[in-house]
Design a binder for this molecule. Structure first.
Ligand code: PNS
Length: 158
């Protein structure tokens, strides 16, 4: 299970998905409904963009969830939560969540995968910020996301 807010999905997320598929036969991407912050894209759009980005991967299913992640994992029969780590700065929050998830669902293990070095600086928030100011985000997000952001911020993608 690979959970996140995916607001929107980036090439960094896809890198983790691909790395996870080298370890696991099946992957469920869980798009969180309530992410504790205002999201740019609606849940439906976030799910659609994730689905589009992994359409070529038969082993991957995409579903949305609200409430506790471990409950969602249980519903899908998932026993592993996969999270990506970009830098040490990600660690503390991820460590805290992993400890809580272990307390809430001891049967579910959290596994961390190191992001590829070219994506260590990449985040959905910065992609949105760059796009909002008309900057080039080519290669940082799947093409459909790039189009969606260009449309939103009025930058035409040729
Ligand atoms: O992409 P994000 O914002 O880092 O994803 C965070 C997410 C959605 C994985 C996390 O907030 C989450 O698991 N939310 C579900 C609620 C939950 O189970 N909280 C307890 C975990 S400590």
């Amino acid at each position: 299970m690979c959970p996140g807010s995916f607001d929107p999905i980036t090439s960094g997320h896809l890198d983790i998905v691909e790395r996870a598929l080298s370890l696991f036969d099946r992957l469920v991407i869980g798009v969180a409904d309530d992410v504790g912050k205002e999201s740019l894209f609606s849940l439906e759009t976030r799910v659609a963009l994730v689905r589009g980005a992994v359409a070529d991967k038969a082993e991957v299913t995409v579903d949305s969830f609200s409430g506790l992640l471990v409950e969602f994992a249980r519903r899908h029969g998932a026993t592993v939560i996969v999270k990506g780590l970009r830098a040490v700065s990600d660690f503390e929050h991820e460590w805290q969540m992993a400890q809580f998830n272990r307390r809430l669902g001891p049967e579910v293990e959290t596994v961390f995968i190191m992001a590829s070095h070219q994506y260590t600086f990449l985040s959905s928030s910065l992609v949105k910020e760059i796009a909002a100011y008309g900057g080039d985000i080519e290669g940082l997000v799947p093409i459909q996301v790039e189009k969606e952001l260009s449309q939103l911020y009025g930058r035409q993608k040729s």
